[in-house]
Design a protein around this ligand. Structure first.
Ligand code: HEM
Length: 607
C-alpha cells in the first residue's frame, strides 16, 4: 500500500523497496499503486516461479499521507539515517514550496520545517525521508509539501496529547473522507455522535469470555493452514524433496480473512482452501480502497464515474456482493434475536455457543435497536480493519525470525515446554511469553499502519516534546497531522538499539532518564496485561493507537497472531527463500511485500 489519502495517504505513488538488511547500496523501486498490490498466490512454488492472483490489503483505520513507503535503507541494517541529504531542487520543487508557505505552511509559526521536494515523491521513499527529517528537525516538524503543510509527530508526549489528553479536538480528516464510501458510519470514519453511540456498544463485545472462545477459532483456522502445509509437504516427499516454498504472506492473508469472518459475523470464508465470489469481492474492495488512498485526485467523486469508469463499476459490484452477504447474515441474526442485558450477554457459555460472534452480541443487546445499515457498516469496518493488519504482523514476524535462527530455536523451545505436541488453549497463550513478545516486537519495527492521521478541529497548543520548544507549538484549526508510529517506535531517544529485533527488550524496565514529561517503559504499570501497550510505554509504543480511538480489536489481534505463529513454529522450520534484500516492501495502510514473503518450510529438525 502506499501513501497519502484514503488511509491518510492521498495522492502519492507508492514506492517500494527491498526488505533486506545491511546491504551497502540501497536501491529503490518506485512504482505506481496498481503494480504495488500484493499478490495472493495459492499453492506452492516447488523450485521457481510462482503463480499469483491479485490481492491487496488494507487496514482502514489509518493510512498514510503523502506517504512514506519504506525505503530499503529503512530496512537495510534496520537503520535509517544513512542517506546523503538531497540537495538539488528543481523549478517545480521551488514553486511548490513557495506555494506551501503562501497557502498554509506559514500559519504553523515557529515549528521547524522540513522542505519536501515534489521530486522526493518520485526519487526516494518518503517514509525514509520522514525519519531523516525527524532526526534532523526534531520530533515535531512541519513538512512543507507542495501547496500543503503537514505536521509530523514522532514524540510520545505530543502523541499522548493528541490521542488522549485532547483527543476530541481532532478527527481523522482525510482518512474519514476516503473510507466513508466503503465503511459508511463504521467506527473509523463515523462522525462523533455516531462514533460515541457505536463505540459504547461494540467495545464491550470484546470481553474476556469472547476472547477465550476466539482462541478456539484461531486454533481451528490455523490448523487448516497447518494441514494444507502438511499436505503440500507430503506431495513433495513423494517427489524426493523434504521442503516446500510457499508465500506465507498470502497464507496469512487467507488465514486472517477466515478468522475475522468467523469472529465478527460467524461466516466461514474458507479462504485457506478455496476461492469464492465473496472472497474475490473482499479482495477487490480492499484493492480499490488502497488505490484510492494513493491516487492524486478523488476520481470516485467525479459525476457518473461509477458508471463510466470500469474499475468503479467493478468496485460497486464488489461492494454489492459483500453487502448482500452481510445483509443475509444480519437478517438471520435478527430473526433469531434473543434480547439480553449486556452483563448477561458477557456471561454466556461462549465456548459451547454455536455462534459466538460479535454480530450475535450486537444484535442480542437489550435496548439497542440498531438499523441494518449501521450494523453492516460496523461489520464492514471490522472486516477490513481486522484482516490485513493481522496478516501483516505475522508476515513481518516471520521475516524477522527467519533472519534470527537462534530466536526461532528459543521460540520453539518455549512452545515445546508449554505445549509439547498438544493443542493450544487460552491458558497456553498466557504461558507463551516469548511468542507474545515476538509479535509485539514485530509490531514495533513494522507498525500497521505506520502512521496515524488526524486533523485539528480547533486551534491547539501542542507540547514541545523531548528536545522540542519548551513553549510548545500552536497549530490552527484544520492542521493535518501524521503521528509517525514508525519514527516513534524506532526513536533513538526512547529505545535502546531501536532498529534491532530484540523481543527481550520488553522484559526490562527503561527509566525515563531525565526526559521530562515521559514516564519511561515499565511493564508493571499495566498489571495483568499480556502484551506491552501504550500505558507500559507511556505512548512510546502505539501499535494500536491510544486514548478513546484506540483499536477495539487489539487483544483479539494479538492473541490471533500469537496462536498462528506458535502453531506454525510448533511444526515447521522456516527460512526465507531468497535474501532479505530480495523482499521488496510496499507501504500504505500497512507495510507489505511487493511479490510475497516466499519462504522454505520443512518439518522441524529438532523435535
Ligand atoms: C494487528 C492487528 C491490528 C492492528 C495493528 C490495529 C491497529 C489499529 C490502530 C493503530 C487503530 C487506531 C487508529 C487511529 O487512532 O487512527 C485501530 C483502530 C481500530 N481497529 Fe484495529 N488493528 C488491528 C486489528 C483489529 C481487529 C482484529 C479489529 C476488529 C476485529 C480492529 C478494529 C478496529 C476498529 C473498529 C478501530 C477504530 C476504533 C475507533 O475509532 O473507535 N482492529 N486499529
Amino acid at each position: 500500500m502506499a501513501s497519502a489519502t484514503a488511509y491518510g495517504a492521498m495522492l502519492l505513488p507508492t514506492t517500494t523497496s527491498n526488505g533486506g538488511r545491511c546491504s551497502p547500496v540501497p536501491s529503490y523501486c518506485i512504482s505506481n499503486k496498481s503494480s504495488c498490490i500484493n499478490r495472493k498466490s495459492k499453492g506452492i512454488s516447488s523450485v521457481a516461479g510462482f503463480s499469483s492472483s491479485a490481492l491487496s490489503l488494507s487496514h482502514p483505520s489509518f493510512t498514510l499521507l503523502p506517504i512514506p513507503s519504506l525505503g530499503n535503507s529503512l530496512i537495510r541494517c534496520q537503520t535509517m539515517s544513512t542517506k546523503e541529504p538531497k540537495t538539488g531542487r528543481n523549478l517545480l520543487d521551488n514553486a511548490s514550496n513557495l506555494l506551501t508557505n503562501l497557502l498554509s505552511g506559514g500559519r504553523l509559526g515557529s515549528m521547524p520545517t522540513a522542505e519536501g521536494a515534489v521530486s522526493d515523491l518520485f526519487g526516494r521513499p518518503l517514509f525514509f525521508s520522514l525519519y531523516d527529517w525527524f532526526l534532523e528537525h526534531g520530533s515535531v516538524y512541519k513538512l512543507a509539501f507542495g501547496p500543503k503543510a503537514f505536521v509530523i509527530v514522532s514524540d510520545p508526549i505530543v502523541a499522548r496529547h493528541i490521542l488522549r489528553e485532547n483527543a476530541f479536538s481532532y478527527d481523522k480528516g482525510v482518512l474519514a473522507e476516503i473510507l466513508e464510501p466503503i465503511m459508511g458510519k463504521g467506527l473509523i470514519p463515523a462522525d462523533l455522535d455516531t462514533w460515541k453511540q457505536r463505540r459504547r456498544v461494540i467495545a464491550p463485545g470484546f470481553h474476556a469470555l469472547y476472547l477465550e472462545a476466539m482462541v478456539k477459532v484461531f486454533t481451528d483456522c490455523s490448523e487448516r493452514t497447518i494441514l494444507k502445509v502438511e499436505k503440500l509437504l507430503e506431495e513433495e516427499v513423494f517427489q524426493g524433496r523434504n521442503m516446500i516454498e510457499l508465500d506465507l504472506e498470502a497464507e496469512f492473508s487467507s488465514l486472517a480473512l477466515d478468522i475475522i469472518g468467523l469472529g465478527v459475523f460467524n461466516y466461514d470464508f474458507g479462504s485457506v482452501t478455496k476461492e469464492s465470489p465473496v472472497i474475490k469481492a473482499v479482495y477487490g474492495t480492499l484493492f480499490e480502497a488502497e488505490h484510492r488512498s494513493t491516487f492524486y485526485i478523488p476520481y470516485w467523486k467525479i459525476p457518473l464515474a461509477t458508471w463510466l469508469v470500469p474499475r468503479q463499476w467493478k468496485f460497486q459490484n464488489d461492494l454489492k456482493v459483500i453487502n448482500n452477504c452481510l445483509d443475509g447474515l444480519i437478517k438471520n441474526a435478527k430473526e433469531t434475536r434473543q434480547e439480553t442485558d449486556v452483563e448477561k450477554l458477557q456471561q454466556r457459555d461462549y465456548l459451547n455457543l454455536k455462534d459466538a460472534s460479535l454480530l450475535r452480541f450486537l444484535v442480542d443487546m437489550r435496548g439497542v435497536d440498531v438499523d441494518d445499515r449501521q450494523l453492516r457498516d460496523d461489520l464492514m469496518t471490522m472486516l477490513i480493519a481486522g484482516h490485513e493488519t493481522t496478516a501483516a504482523v505475522l508476515t513481518w514476524a516471520v521475516f524477522l525470525l527467519a533472519q534470527n535462527p537462534l530466536k526461532i530455536k528459543k521460540a520453539q523451545a518455549e512452545i515445546d515446554s508449554v505445549l509439547g505436541e498438544g493443542r493450544l488453549t487460552f491458558e497456553s497463550v498466557k504461558k507463551l511469553e516469548y511468542i507474545r513478545l515476538i509479535i509485539v516486537e514485530a509490531l514495533r519495527l513494522y507498525p500497521q499502519p505506520p502512521l496515524l492521521i488526524r486533523r485539528s478541529l480547533r486551534e491547539d497548543q501542542l507540547p514541545g516534546g523531548y528536545k522540542g520548544d519548551e513553549t510548545g507549538y500552536s497549530i490552527p484549526a484544520g492542521t493535518d497531522i501524521f503521528i509517525s508510529l514508525y519514527n516513534l517506535h524506532r526513536s533513538p531517544y526512547f529505545w535502546d538499539k531501536p532498529n534491532e529485533f530484540e523481543p527481550e527488550r520488553f522484559q526490562v524496565e527503561r527509566k525515563a532518564e531525565g526526559i521530562e514529561g515521559w514516564a519511561g517503559f515499565d511493564p508493571s504499570r499495566s498489571p495483568g496485561a499480556l502484551y506491552p501497550n501504550e500505558i507500559t510505554s507511556d505512548f512510546a509504543f502505539l501499535p494500536f493507537g491510544g486514548g478513546p480511538r484506540k483499536c477495539v480489536g487489539d487483544q483479539f489481534a494479538l492473541m490471533e497472531s500469537t496462536v498462528a505463529l506458535a502453531m506454525l513454529l510448533q511444526k515447521f522450520d522456516v527460512e526465507l527463500k531468497g535474501s532479505p534484500e530480495s523482499v521488496e516492501l510496499v507501504t500504505g495502510a500497512t507495510i507489505h511485500t511487493k511479490y510475497g514473503m516466499w519462504c522454505r518450510l520443512q518439518h522441524r529438525s529438532n523435535c
